[in-house]
Write a protein that binds this ligand. Structure first.
Ligand code: SF4
Length: 236
């Protein structure tokens, strides 16, 4: 099954408190009036200009193995080597907010509107993740209702370019998904256009599989440790 899902940007929940725009000023309990005003403007721009659309396709384990291997450039040991099994459920996905938002971000910076440009960029990034979370929840609910996953299982996303999965795997992933149907293309360096797009695989399985030891050789260079944060968010 392959599905194209269009979303109304106003339905994507972007919690203002989720913004980490000014992380360095954690002691500030409230945003200044100027920041609040620009944040509201950035959210309005998001509602006007974002065109959220996703393509999702279910695949089986042997198909995932081929796509995951890509051009054979993955790190020798990766989380996905440990997570992916025949028992898991796999969906390839790509989603984007369209070209308009990226153009608007560039326009704001070129006009010298740095605060609004920064906040709009941030709202788009958070909106993109929130949209991806909504899609993940939607497919999790569908699989639970079909009985292919249990309520106690979880679904998480993994993307080429992160955690040892080489970015060159994008080529096969996007060809298989036919993501050009939603306006996504790849640059020669395998980055997505439009810029505000994400892609990868959604894997549903027992939570313990996602709770891997993050002691892979490349983890020492990782600044975000998002794999740990996700476990906390999902209560694992
Ligand atoms: S520590 Fe960083 S690189 Fe290592 S698995 Fe977690 S998110 Fe990936």
């Amino acid at each position: 099954m392959r599905e194209i899902i269009q979303e109304d940007p106003k339905r994507i929940k972007i919690g203002i408190d989720k913004t980490d725009a000014f992380q360095k000023k954690e002691e500030a309990s409230v945003f200044s009036e100027k920041v609040s005003c620009n944040l509201a403007k950035a959210y309005d721009l998001f509602c006007q200009m974002a065109v959220p659309v996703a393509v999702v396709k279910d695949i089986i384990y042997p198909q995932f193995q081929i796509i995951y291997s890509g051009q054979g450039k993955n790190e020798p040991r990766t989380p996905l080597d440990d997570i992916a099994t025949k028992k898991a459920i796999y969906f390839l996905f790509a989603l984007t907010l369209g070209f308009g938002v990226s153009k608007q971000i560039s326009n704001l910076f070129s006009k010298g509107e740095y605060l609004l440009g920064h906040l709009f960029d941030l709202v788009c990034s958070i909106g993109l993740e929130a949209f991806a979370d909504d899609i993940t929840k939607r497919y999790f609910t569908m699989e639970v209702s079909k009985g292919t996953l249990k309520d106690s299982d979880i679904m998480l996303r993994y993307s080429p370019g992160y955690c040892g999965w080489h970015i060159t795997a994008q080529k096969m992933l996007h060809e298989n998904l036919q993501s050009s149907d939603i306006g996504i293309s790849l640059t020669e360096a395998f980055y997505m256009k439009p810029m505000k797009s994400i892609s990868g695989v959604i894997i549903g399985c027992n939570p313990s599989k996602h709770d891997f030891n993050n002691n892979y050789p490349f983890c020492g260079r990782c600044r975000t440790k998002t794999c740990r944060k996700r476990l906390v968010v999902n209560g694992i």
